[in-house]
Write a protein that binds this ligand. Structure first.
Ligand code: DAH
Length: 340
């Protein structure tokens, strides 16, 4: 009996189960109703009583081995045949997601592009600034509240006090110190303020500063430049209005509103039914600032403006929570495709 079992084992392991037909032959020969396993079970009755138990176990083990071998090969053949049948060479290739630009990047690029068309160059400055460039040269009096610890992140105390810049106006100082008029430049960058983070305030955000210095630059030039910007950014129908304001580094100063792009100035929630949305601060560069930066205020005049990139993006894309810009939530970011 043992010898027969060994012979059957050697035989079944030698079978080449290369296709469904071979598999069926195999099944009939070993597992079929007239197969070798069936014969073995039949032969058990002739085995002497004291060896029956052991012989029965051996036959059972052999059957399990053959069945496993059969199943294994059956599966292999099935999966390879279905794979071949399912191949569809006409199917378009899967597209690769290529990501999208951050909304602040899109708006920043668009602002740069709009101003570069009228001759503005891009300039950048450091995010870690000294008091001179962030405040003093910009005509902030020593006791001005913006210098306060509550607004400014001071990062070093010592001989030279450094801080994270609170606005990109610091870059206009650096540009004026290092070049001679005519100057036409915009300075995009990140700024920091010591604010509690909420939907409407953040401890860092982005601004674009603009500066134009030449002989005989007037407030009319400023107004026309900003009107051009508003139309390019928000569409031909956009208009602007200027409200008197105060900044230490400009005189006179103004805040600029654009006609509400959402309701076409007819009044809605976003513009609080006024028809206007505030977009930037501006003014004629204060002669004190020109002189502090080495530009003769008797010869030259100029204007400056500063806008928040988040604010423009909010109006363009109706994003009402500032925190979304820095949370890296893919569901938010993937909505901004195309453009710049
Ligand atoms: N620096 C101002 C701020 O951070 C924005 C600003 C206002 C910039 C008027 C200017 C300007 O250049 O003329 O809020």
């Amino acid at each position: 009996m043992k010898e027969t079992i060994e012979n059957i084992r050697t035989e079944f392991l030698g079978w080449d189960l290369k296709d469904a037909a071979a598999l069926e032959q195999f099944r009939i020969r070993f597992l079929g109703s007239k197969g070798l396993i069936k014969d073995l079970f039949g032969a058990l009755k002739d085995v002497p009583g004291d060896q029956k138990r052991e012989a029965g176990q051996l036959v059972n083990a052999l059957r399990a081995e053959i069945e496993a071998y059969f199943d294994e090969n059956k599966q292999r053949l099935e999966s390879s045949s279905t794979k071949a049948e399912k191949l569809d060479f006409s199917r378009p290739a899967a597209t690769r997601p290529i990501g999208s630009r951050h909304p602040l990047s899109l708006v920043r690029s668009q602002i740069i592009e709009i101003f570069s068309r009228i001759g503005y160059a891009v300039s950048e400055g450091p995010e870690i600034e000294d008091d001179w460039h962030n405040f003093t040269a910009l005509n902030f009096p020593p006791e001005h509240p913006a210098r306060d610890m509550q607004d400014t992140f001071f990062i070093e105390k010592g001989e030279k006090e450094l801080a994270l810049r609170t606005h990109t106006s610091s870059v206009q100082v650096r540009v004026m110190e290092n070049s001679t008029p005519p100057i036409r430049t915009i300075s995009p960058g990140r700024v920091y303020r010591n604010e509690a983070i909420s939907a409407r305030a953040h401890c860092f955000f982005h601004q674009v500063e603009g500066l134009y210095i030449d002989k005989d630059v007037s407030f009319a030039d400023l107004k026309q430049t900003l009107l051009y910007f508003a139309k390019e950014m928000f569409g031909e129908k956009a208009t602007i209005r200027m409200r008197p304001s105060y900044f230490p580094f400009t005189e006179p100063s103004a805040e600029v509103d654009v006609s509400c792009t959402i309701c076409n100035a007819s009044g809605c929630n976003v513009c609080k039914h006024s028809g206007w949305l505030e977009i930037l601060g501006c003014g004629m560069v204060d002669p004190n600032v020109l002189d502090a930066c080495g530009i003769d205020s008797k010869v030259y005049s100029g204007f400056a403006f500063g806008m928040g990139i988040e604010r423009i993006a909010q109006l363009k894309y109706r994003v009402n929570d500032l925190r979304l810009y820095s949370e890296n939530d893919i569901r938010f970011l993937k909505q901004f495709t195309g453009g710049f």
